[in-house]
Design a protein around this ligand. Structure first.
Ligand code: SAM
Ligand code: SF4
Length: 321
């Protein structure tokens, strides 16, 4: 089987696909209140076009897929895409990252379609704060969505929490207890700068500080759990607690991924604006050209992100986080 290896010897086998730039929430760190300028529908890849891309990428060595957005579940019929991707030879895992708001409607369909795992983003357990952070969101919907995962027997579910000083840093222990009740793992993520967070430094909190807060209540036991992502894991009781530290300790040397945007660009790195357009090649059905472009994107992968040197992406919603 072919393998995609970049100039720095990193094997690239993980593809994050943003299926839409649209979202029903407007999280303060991700989207402006009025939303972003949505990409025109004719520029958005159809499910068939995404599957055609994945078919070629799988032939080159992509094995794991993450569906993300925007909010992936606002795009109609997402479980159809899951079924299509599931049948592609070489793809051995498909997971989803969602704000959870629509899971109570779709968890069962997604399970039936063969989705392997789901991560839900929850930053707070306080209803008012939840609405302030997400602007439109209802915590109750998301909690119901999380419970639906257990009802339909999704395994290895996770919670993602972006930790922000003065906003939700007082809730890390409660969020761990909440995850324990559900039997989910939880990962704490450092806030990344975007154009939206003018006072990013005021709210940025390094993971070491979060760890200290947790250690006042729990003993963290190092665990060698490995996932497709950059989290470092510890064990508390029956669950894993992970830390994702894009800023305080860059993990670029272990990077294994490329990203496909909803309008058909491969992003070589979350912390760079470099992109390779593949929509025309997909629409022409030109497999050879697609192979060349995927290899080119992998070749162009930078050694490290530059998240701190400039605000690379105006919104994470357009790149899938
Ligand atoms: N809508 C889905 C969700 O919220 O999970 C998927 C897309 S969202 C862009 C993916 C992840 O990126 C979420 O966990 C979100 O919290 C995270 N994210 C967005 N903006 C971020 C930022 N500025 N810093 C850190 N994480 C961010
Ligand atoms: Fe939407 Fe997810 Fe961005 Fe929040 S983080 S605005 S839910 S895409």
């Amino acid at each position: 089987m072919e393998r995609l290896v970049d100039r720095f010897g990193r094997e690239i086998y993980y593809l994050r696909i943003s299926v839409t730039d649209r979202c029903n929430y407007r999280c303060v760190y991700c989207m402006p209140k009025e939303g972003i300028k949505w990409k025109p529908m004719e520029e958005i890849l159809t499910y068939e076009e995404i599957a055609a891309f994945v078919d070629v990428a799988a032939g080159l060595g992509i094995r794991k897929i993450k569906l993300t957005g925007g909010e992936p579940l606002v795009r109609r019929g997402l479980s159809n895409l899951v079924s299509m991707l599931k049948s592609i030879r070489g793809i051995d895992e498909i997971s989803l990252t969602t704000n959870g708001s629509l899971l109570k409607l779709y968890a069962e369909d997604l399970k039936r379609a063969g989705l392997d795992r789901i991560t839900i983003s929850i930053d707070t357990l306080n209803r008012d704060k939840f609405r302030e952070i997400t602007r439109f969101g209802s915590l109750d919907d998301v909690v119901e969505g999380a419970k639906a995962l257990n009802r339909v027997d999704f395994k290895n579910s996770k919670i993602n929490t972006v930790v922000m000083r003065h906003i939700n840093d007082d809730e890390v222990v409660d969020l761990i207890k909440f995850s324990m009740d559900l039997g989910f793992d939880i990962r704490f993520i450092e806030l990344m700068p975007t154009d939206l967070i003018k006072n990013w430094k005021r709210h940025f909190i390094p993971i070491n500080e979060i760890r200290s807060l947790i250690e006042k209540e729990f003993k963290l036991e190092k665990d060698d759990k490995k996932t497709n992502g950059p989290a470092v894991y510890y064990r508390i009781g029956g669950i894993h607690v992970g830390f994702i530290t894009p800023l305080s300790s860059a993990f670029c040397n272990a990077c294994n991924r490329i990203r496909l945007t909803s309008d058909g660009f491969i992003l070589t790195c979350l912390g760079h604006s470099d992109r390779v357009g593949v929509r025309d090649a997909i629409r022409k059905g030109d497999r050879e050209e697609l192979e060349r472009l995927i290899k080119l994107a992998v070749f162009k992968k930078p050694k490290e992100h530059e998240l701190l040197s400039e605000n690379i992406h105006s919104s994470m919603a357009s790149v899938g986080g």
